[in-house]
Design a protein around this ligand. Structure first.
Ligand SMILES: [Ca+2]
Ligand SMILES: [Ca+2]
Length: 351
């Protein structure tokens, strides 16, 4: 009997020790990974440990939009940052004093924009397009075709004569150069690293449309673009009024000097400028006139299958030759065209 009693005691003792051991193991686990039991977003990693480091808020994230939004991060707000809301309404589009009749600038007529819409404050920049390409791996049409058009002044003087055979007909200051793309704007040896805040160029209408769609946006219609350009002013030449240089200041990046030979760059820029330079119009929009032409959604009337309307003129425009940095002015290119002075901005519907 004594033996049975002793064995029973030993069994109970061992069971006690085992229970204590299990208790210790469970307690250790709970203490080492208590954040996992709260809603801190802590994840148990592969070896079963709670990876606290990954869940700490790093200083550079401390004031980030997502961190401070209590999980209410609004995609809508993010997408419409750097956009302005333009209210619907009727405005007078076109002009009764066309500078280029063949461009069908006239007549002036009342156009109704039926819905409010957002429009990018700035032209799409190299930095914007770089982010898009990094995320999507997108290949632009100039990259696929292998060339694009640059202005002859972009080349060193001793290089210009060697491109006689690839100059544009009727506009010999345009040279079609191999290896020119949005990230190599003057050929393979050039870079955008020193102009990430400048507008992206050498992008086709198809590229522009794809970019906008990726962000849940779209290209503006010509009417939306022109209404935005006018900024609430009625029948003024420019986004800021009728005088080209009020207060003796430059209000847009265009050409000063004798086109196409001499550009004095009096406005500060021979080529493109950063997208946030020059004063905005009354709607807060920058560079609607000048800097780079901007693609719109609309077909060009006489070639609706292939060509799209572009608006706003560019840094190459001069009153003597291409007085198209007026809100009513318009021109066109085929959808797959690319050039050093052609970019875009996006619009967005209110959802
Ligand atoms: Ca200029
Ligand atoms: Ca522009």
């Amino acid at each position: 009997m004594l033996l049975i009693s002793q064995l029973s005691f030993i069994y109970k003792f061992i069971r006690f020790l085992y229970t204590m051991y299990l208790f210790k193991v469970i307690l250790t686990f709970v203490l080492s990974c208590s954040p996992c039991l709260s809603d801190c977003g802590c994840n148990i990693n592969r070896n079963g440990q709670c990876n606290k480091e990954e869940n700490e808020i790093k200083p550079h994230n401390k004031y980030g939009r997502e961190i401070n939004s209590n999980g209410e991060f609004s995609k809508m707000n993010f997408e419409t940052s750097n956009m302005v809301l333009i209210k619907h309404g009727i405005f007078e589009m076109g002009t009764n004093k066309p500078m280029f009749v063949s461009d069908m600038e006239g007549p002036a007529r009342n156009i109704s924009i039926k819905k409010d819409f957002y429009l990018d404050i700035f032209e799409v920049s190299n930095e914007n397009f770089y982010d898009f390409v990094r995320m999507t791996g997108y290949k632009s049409e100039a990259e696929i075709f292998g060339d694009s058009f640059i202005f002859e002044m972009s080349l060193a003087e001793n290089q210009r004569d060697s491109y006689e055979d690839v100059r544009a007909v009727g506009a010999p200051w345009w040279i079609k150069l191999k290896g020119v793309t949005w990230k190599h704007p003057e050929g393979p040896d050039s870079t955008i690293e020193d102009r990430m805040s400048h507008p992206v160029v050498h992008v086709s209408w198809n590229d522009a449309k794809t970019y906008c769609q990726h962000l849940g946006k779209r290209l503006p219609t010509e009417a939306e673009w022109e209404m935005a350009c006018r900024g609430g002013l009625k029948q003024k030449l420019y986004p800021w009024g009728n005088k080209l240089n009020p207060n003796n200041q430059h209000w847009a990046n265009i050409w000063q000097g004798e086109f196409p030979k001499t550009n004095t760059g009096e406005d500060g820029y021979i080529f493109t400028n950063p997208v946030n330079e020059f004063p905005p119009n009354k709607f807060g929009l920058y560079n609607m006139a000048g800097n780079v032409w901007e693609w719109t959604e609309d077909d060009w009337q006489t070639d609706p299958e292939n060509s799209k309307v572009k608006k706003g003129g560019s840094f190459l425009c001069h009153e003597s030759y291409c007085w198209r940095y007026r809100c009513a002015a318009r021109s066109f290119n085929t959808k797959d065209s690319t050039a050093a002075n052609l970019g875009f901005r996006c619009a967005k519907d209110i959802s």
